[in-house]
Design a protein around this ligand. Structure first.
Ligand SMILES: Cc1cc2nc3c(=O)[nH]c(=O)nc-3n(C[C@H](O)[C@H](O)[C@H](O)COP(=O)(O)O)c2cc1C
Length: 208
């Protein structure tokens, strides 16, 4: 079967892609609004794209898209709006024991509600940026905005990591991260998730 993307609905493309490109890591993104309120939401269109300088990207879609005559009205999600306003965010990584709170924080709370309070996680001060980090996360990446690429109805937020908080239990000597402690979760299709500690196997890269 060949899928011609130009002739396929967005809904079908979504199902195909989120089912095939798996597992996806989850960026649990904290931002602060111009109203001073902290915001927290998960995004699994997310990855790290380099280390020199360290760079991450994630893709918050629009909250709604409506038409007013010829004009398209695209309303950004709170996370995107806050990043446009403040140019800063923190990516908090999601361990198995934080999945319930992470999922709860994806509900569409109004902008005047802080998900930190609603889901019961603790805002801890960041060192280089204003948005707080999630104290319970074992890894927090403090980021400043590089660029937002809007392509159609997609937004790709690229950020430079300017500081990393590591729980002392998650790091072994020489900056190795301990999988068994981090217990990162990955997003699969639909409402499915996977853990990253079971079924690990190792393969050494060949040298010629
Ligand atoms: C595991 C998970 C991954 C998600 N990934 C994305 C994503 O990559 N892009 C997106 O726009 N929404 C994604 N969502 C939905 C947002 O979290 C949701 O729209 C949230 O309300 C946005 O909050 P905000 O308006 O405070 O930014 C995801 C939800 C969950 C539970």
């Amino acid at each position: 079967m060949f899928v011609n993307c130009k002739e396929t609905t967005t809904q079908d493309l979504y199902k195909i892609l989120i089912g095939s490109i798996v597992p996806r890591p989850i960026a649990w993104v904290s931002t602060v609004g111009s109203n001073g309120l902290n915001n927290l939401a998960p995004f699994s269109f997310f990855n790290c794209f380099g280390v020199d300088p360290p760079m991450v990207g994630f893709a918050p879609a629009f909250k709604s898209i409506t038409r007013d005559g010829d004009e398209l009205i695209r309303v950004p999600k709170d996370t995107l709006r806050n990043i446009i306003d403040t140019k800063e965010f923190v990516v908090n990584l999601v361990s198995r024991k934080l999945t319930e709170q992470m999922n709860k924080s994806s509900a569409e709370y109004p902008p005047d509600v802080s998900e930190f309070e609603k889901v019961g996680v603790t805002p801890a001060p960041s060192l280089k940026v204003k948005p707080p980090r999630v104290a319970e996360s074992l890894v927090n990446l403090e980021c400043t905005l590089i660029q937002i690429i809007q392509h159609g109805n997609n937004n790709l937020v690229l950020g430079e990591i300017v500081g990393i908080h590591l729980d002392e239990n998650v790091i072994t000597e020489k900056h190795h991260i301990n999988n068994d402690v981090l217990q990162a979760v990955g997003r699969m299709s639909g409402s499915c998730y996977t853990t990253t500690t079971d079924g690990l196997f190792e393969m050494i890269r060949p040298t010629l």
